[in-house]
Design a protein. Structure first.
Length: 105
């Protein structure tokens, strides 16, 4: 039940963001849906991983400031249901965008 609720909330946020941007810019939903999906997927990936570039950068800043050597973290990514939902949304909107703009290809 919790998983289904997370999926629904993620889809509602993605669709709501897309409708909000299309309302403000007076464009079509399909024009921004893929970009919003990709941005959300990257943000979720970035926020659920540890030991990446920003962690190493923070460790180096602390080490340079304090002189205390920081133990490096191994890169680790633990995807959650919101990541998989936004990834599926991105793939589906990419396919819909290709279908919608097929005459331009």
């Amino acid at each position: 039940m919790k998983t289904l609720l997370n999926i629904i909330i993620t889809i509602l946020v993605l669709v709501g963001l897309c409708y909000g941007i299309t309302y403000l810019t007076h464009t079509k939903f399909i024009d921004y849906s893929f970009v919003i999906g990709m941005a959300a997927t990257i943000i979720i990936w970035f926020s659920t991983s540890k030991g990446g570039l920003t962690s190493r950068n923070t460790d180096m800043i602390i080490q340079g400031t304090t002189g205390i050597k920081m133990e490096g973290q191994k890169f680790e990514f633990s995807p959650n249901i919101a990541f998989f939902t936004s990834l599926a949304y991105t793939i589906l909107t990419f396919a819909a965008m290709l279908y919608h703009y097929r005459s331009y290809l």
